[in-house]
Structures are given as C-alpha cells and as structure tokens.
Design a protein around this ligand. Structure first.
Ligand SMILES: O=C(O)CCC(=O)C(=O)O
Ligand SMILES: [Fe+2]
Length: 343
C-alpha cells in the first residue's frame, strides 16, 4: 500500500506546539498563539510538548495497560462491554466497527466514574452513557492509574483549550459552563495486535472524534495517519514525550467549521507487531450544548461538514451516543434495540 506515503517534506511531521511557552512571558505566549491558531485552523492535528506530564506518570499508566493486555483472556472478557449498557469495559478484537468495517484492535473503555443514570420516559437517551466502569480485580493499580490519568489530562486539555480559544480571539472561558464537575471525559486503553492476516489493514477506520480535544499517547510503532489538505492520509511519526492532539467534532460545530475536526485512522502494524495507544477525549457534560463561539474568524467560517452518514450534534450526549451505537453493535443490539430502531 503506497497511498499514505508523504510526498512533500512539510508533511513529514505535524506542527509541534510547546504549551509551556504560555508561561514564558507575553512575547512567547503570542508566538504560541500564532502557531496554535495555524495548527488548529490549517491542519486540525499537532504534537503537544511542554505539557508537564512526567515520565513517571506516563510509565505508571503504560505499565498498568500492558499488564492488563497480558491478563488471561478470561480475565479481560470478565469485563466484556456487552454486559454494560453504558458502553464501558472490554471490546475484543474484531467486535468494533468504524465506517461499517471491522476494526482490528482490542480495548478497554473507561469514563468518568459515576453511578448509572437510566433515562426516564421523555429524557434524552444519552444518559445511558453515564455509569460505572468495569475494572480487573487482579489489577487494582489499573484503576488508580487510569483515574489519575483522566484527572491529569483533563487539566492539560483545559489549559490547552483556553490557549486555543485565546489564540483565535475568543473568550478563554467561553465553554467553562459545559465542563466543570459534570464533564464527561473518556479514556481508551488500546492494543493493535498486528495484521489480521486477511489483507485488511484497518486497525481503526477513518473517523473524527466526538468531543472537543483528543490527547493521544502512542508508543514508538507508528500507524496513525491523518487526512491532510491534499485529501490523502499521512503518517504521524511517533514523537517521544509528545501527545498527538486532534480537534473533535464539537470544536468544528462551535466554530462553524473554522477549526477542523480531522479524519484519522490507524493502519494495522505489520505481522505480529503489537502497537499500544491511549487516546484521552476531553468532552463536556452530556447535556452540554455548544453555543456558537464569538470570535473574529466566525464571519469567514465555511460551515460544518455535512455528511448524511455522520450528522454533527451540538448537544454533546447525542454526538457521543451516535458514535457508540455505530462502533459497538453488540452492545447496541443487546441493550439499545429501541434506539437503533429510532435511528
Ligand atoms: O490509536 C490511535 O492512534 C488512534 C485511536 C483513535 O483515533 C480513536 O480511538 O479515536
Ligand atoms: Fe480517533
């Protein structure tokens, strides 16, 4: 497969954004804003350094993640997400779908740790997305590391969002009311087990993320690709100590398309090579409604992408529910037949 090979030198790496520049005085912060504005507007993807997350924090999460995937399959299947109407828990390799085709990865889905809130008659069905996680009894350190990561990355993403809003001339605190203590962050621990062996190369198919910002920790294997201005998918080479950041659909909605939610995908590693990644999704409250952002570029905004196969919802819960029903058909059929019928 050659279609993803970059042909232009400028495509070799994504823009690199140093968040610590925000604390080094006004000139340095202005320069950060110029770079961030361009990266978010022109590409929708960048590498984030200077985020303050330490190697010890990253190692604690990575070690617990690898230990999870080394558990006997029965221990992982004890957390099968098919048993969770909240789409939490373990998805075995081959059970997830993107773009209607099978993804070749297994993963643990973790969200804010809250009691279930079963929607009553007339209440939005997205309340199903709130509920308890499923944790491996044999690995208590996984729960500790994952919940700490959610807190830590929520703080980084909050800082980054404020700088990004400032960079495009918007009020930094404009979306504070839809985050707060009822925000709905999400974390996945993901393993790509290598080639499926049948010629399909889809680790995860092309998609956009549902929320505001995604901060991805990837190992050194590679395989993540983003769709760029030329319409082609380009490799995102791993960069040590950096998070790959992409903008989600809600920022596209918020800015009427001025900021891009960029399509991305993962090509399966060759042979039996495993790849591990940890995407963290910075999402607002399920009932948070994204009001149009007041900023100077709004008058030049091109409008949001219109794709009948992927409507964008301004009320976050609907946007996430759309994605989960599509990605996890076994959970959807077991627990949410009436929602599938209504869709
Ligand atoms: O594993 C990766 O590098 C990306 C995963 C991803 O895009 C997702 O799960 O939304
Ligand atoms: Fe993604």
């Amino acid at each position: 497969m050659t279609s993803h090979i970059a042909t232009t030198a400028s495509y070799a790496q994504l823009p690199v954004i140093d968040l610590s520049a925000a604390d080094r005085g006004p000139r340095s912060r202005d320069l950060l804003h110029a770079r961030l504005h361009s990266a978010a507007h022109d590409v929708g993807f960048f590498q984030l350094v200077g985020h303050g997350v330490t190697k010890a924090e990253t190692d604690a999460l990575s070690t617990a993640m690898r230990a999870f995937f080394e558990l006997p399959e029965a221990d992982r299947l004890a957390l099968d997400n098919v048993n969770s109407p909240h789409f939490r828990g373990y998805t075995r390799t081959g059970d997830e779908r993107t773009g209607g085709a099978r993804d070749w990865r297994d993963q643990l889905d973790i969200g804010a740790e809250r009691p279930a809130r079963v929607p009553g008659p007339g209440e939005p069905p997205y309340w199903w997305l709130q509920g308890p996680n499923q944790w491996p009894a044999a690995l208590p350190e996984l729960r500790t590391a994952a919940l700490a990561w959610i807190d830590r990355l929520s703080a980084v993403a909050r800082r980054l969002l404020r700088e990004l809003l400032t960079a495009i001339g918007a009020p930094a605190d404009f979306y504070d009311p839809i985050f707060g203590d009822q925000a709905h962050p999400h974390l996945k621990l993901v393993r790509y087990p290598g080639s499926a062996g049948d010629g399909a190369e889809q680790g995860v198919g092309a998609h956009k993320d549902y929320g505001f910002l995604t901060l991805l920790l990837q190992d050194g294997v590679g395989g993540l690709q983003v769709q760029r201005e030329d319409g082609r998918f380009h490799d995102v080479p791993p960069l040590e100590n950096a998070f790959v950041v992409n903008l989600g659909e809600l920022l596209e909605v918020a800015t009427d398309g001025y900021l891009l939610a960029t399509n991305h995908r993962v090509v399966s590693p060759a042979g039996a090579t495993e790849r591990f990644s940890v995407p963290f999704f910075y999402n607002p409250r399920l009932d948070g409604k994204v009001a149009p952002l007041p900023f100077p570029g709004a008058t030049r905004a091109p409008g949001v992408t219109t794709d009948p196969a992927n409507p964008l919802f301004a009320e976050y819960g609907y946007n996430e529910l759309k994605g989960k029903l599509r990605a996890h058909p076994l959970v959807a059929e077991r627990h949410h037949g009436s929602l599938l019928a209504a869709a």
